[in-house]
Design a protein around this ligand. Structure first.
Ligand code: 5GP
Ligand code: ZN
Length: 136
């Protein structure tokens, strides 16, 4: 899409620090890293969210996410990494061109994980059932 910031990065109209590129996938450093080496992995075709991707394209992207994660670990000598994908505004998606975040982690980086809550009695079964039904 012409006004998409990541499409502009793909076309070279906006500079980026690229770490990997092939016919279908581009990986480049996030401009505001959570930790140094925070990388975004995107399909070159413009699609808004993960569910808009064909299975084939998703496979191509996720295989590179795995490789970038391994390269982040080995190249930056970090202790682990998070893979993230914000799907929709409510989930924090700001750029409407689907992108996986690969976030290097250090044992002592001080980042907190998301808060968790408890299920009220038997609510977990009801919730699981709603998802199961939607899968059918
Ligand atoms: P979202 O919140 O949509 O999952 O994440 C969007 C990410 O894109 C943010 O982490 C943000 O820092 C990054 N970002 C936004 N604009 C640019 C840009 O022009 N260049 C690069 N390299 N990253 C960007
Ligand atoms: Zn785009």
């Amino acid at each position: 899409m012409s006004d998409c910031i990541f499409c502009k990065i793909i076309k070279g109209e906006i500079p980026s620090s690229k770490v990997y590129e092939d016919d279908a996938v581009l990986a480049f450093l996030d401009i505001h890293p959570i930790n140094y080496g925070h990388t975004l992995v995107i399909p070159k075709e413009h699609h808004e969210t993960v569910v808009d991707l064909s299975d084939n394209l998703l496979q191509e992207v996720i295989l590179q996410v795995k490789r970038i994660g391994q390269a982040v670990m080995a190249g930056l000598r970090v202790d682990g990494f998070n893979i993230g994908l914000n799907n929709g505004r409510a989930a924090g998606q700001e750029v409407d061109h689907v992108h996986f975040h690969v976030i290097p982690r250090l044992s002592n980086d001080g980042l907190k994980h998301w808060p968790s809550r408890e299920y009220a009695e038997s609510e977990n079964e009801k919730v699981a059932d709603k998802i199961k039904q939607a899968l059918k």
